[in-house]
Each structure stands twice: as structure tokens, then as C-alpha cells.
Write a protein that binds this ligand. Sequence first.
Ligand code: MG
Ligand code: MG
Length: 269
Amino acid sequence: MSLIRLKSEQDIEKLRAAGNLVSRTLAEIAPLVKPGAVTADLDRVAEEFIRDHGAVPAFKGYTVGRAVFPATLCVSVDDVVVHGIPGDEPLKEGTLVSVDCGVVLDEFYGDSAYTFAVGEVSDELRDLCVATHRSLVLAIENSVPGRRIGDISAAVQTHCEGLGFGVVRDLVGHGIGRSLHEAPQVPNFGRRGVGRKLKEGMTFCIEPMISLGGSDVETDDDLWTVRTADRSPAAHYEHMVAVRKGGADVLTTFDYIEAVVAAPYKEAA
Ligand code: MG
Ligand code: MG
């Protein structure tokens, strides 16, 4: 088993600062997510905002084997689950777009993702967003000392599969700190009562990746873009969490986003 680095109070405050900047970056691009918007433009706005705040985009230049990620944001449209590369293709009315953002601030990483609705979306897509977001909330409620990683995983899987949605298994949440990806892995599927026991000072990202159809995914020839094998639309919400004595401490927030755009997972008043 790989070593889980427990964080001090000071480390957690630095992670909170990095998480807060990611949250504010997503809010900065939120009003730009509209039909006809070009995702490369969102990327430029995000990169400038991050650098203006004394941080560095975490994903730009991120390397896996011979694949080097070229952008600040992962922008994943429609059947793309994660790791979509921003480009010149305009956003289309009625689709979902998931935006994932990472920064390095004062040596610590921040990482969060949000699925936006482009214009008006169908009830089916809205239900997918509701389920994905709800599963994240349920997973966070399980992020307390004494529970296990499997409790988090099972919370996501049980909720989403119970509603008939597909849970992507090939990608998982992860510990975060002075590295973007640390131990433990936080899968979105698993069994209650199994896996690493949660301890105070653990910090990790929980990120359900849920599809309207099946759970299988494929990677495009660009080596990054991960889409559902059956081409069904997908949603992805991600928060950073610290396990504390009193419960889960969420280090990122969607409040800034939802101050400027309506949440696709909230029922209309
Ligand atoms: Mg992320
Ligand atoms: Mg992540």
C-alpha cells in the first residue's frame, strides 16, 4: 500500500487557499459558458486569472508517458467524461460541459470540477447532474475519521447505479497535497467497510464521473480525451476534502459559480 501523507493544519490552510483559487477560477469562466462560446477562450481567461493571482495552472504541461496536456482547463463536452482539450469548436445549446481546473499555489495543489448546462438542457441531462452532484455530497458525508475509502466509493456507486446511471471505473479520485495525485485512490465504486481507514489530516479529491448510459470509456487518439464507449453524455463534479475530527472539511466550493449561473442540479423554483 502506498503511503498516505497526512497534512498539518498549516498544510490544510494552504490547500484551502489553492482550492479557493480553483473555485474562483471556475466562477470566472462560468458566465462565458453559453451556446456559441469557444472553449479555447475559456481556457485563456482561466489561465490569466490563475497567473494574476500568483499561481500556476496545474494541468498545463502535465505529462503521462508521451502525452503532455496542452491547456489550463480540461473542457469535456457531451459524451466526453474528462480530460477534454479546449479548442475552437463552439458549445452547442442543450449539451453538458464539464470543466476541470487545477492550480499550484504556494507549493500546494488545488483541483475541482463542475458540469455546466449550455443553455437549456433536457430533464434527462438535468437528472444526471442531480444524481452526480448528490453522490458527491453523500461521499463527502462519509469522509470522516474511522470510515473507509470503500464507504465513499459505495456511497457514489449505490446512489448513481440505483438511479440507472453508469459509474465510470477507469478513472478515480485521489489524494492531493504537494502533488496533484497522491495516495489514496478514491474510486467511485466499491464496498462499504473495505479499503483504507480514514484518518484526521487526510486530504483527497472526490470526483464522481457518471454517464447516462454505460460505464465503459475510451480514449481518443489525442491521448487525453476520455469519452463514453456508448457515446452517452456524462457529468463530473469534484471537490477537495480534508478529513477532520469534527467531520469532512470541504476545501473547494461551488458557491462562487452559483452566484453567477444557475446550478444544473438544482430544481427550478
Ligand atoms: Mg480535477
Ligand atoms: Mg482530480
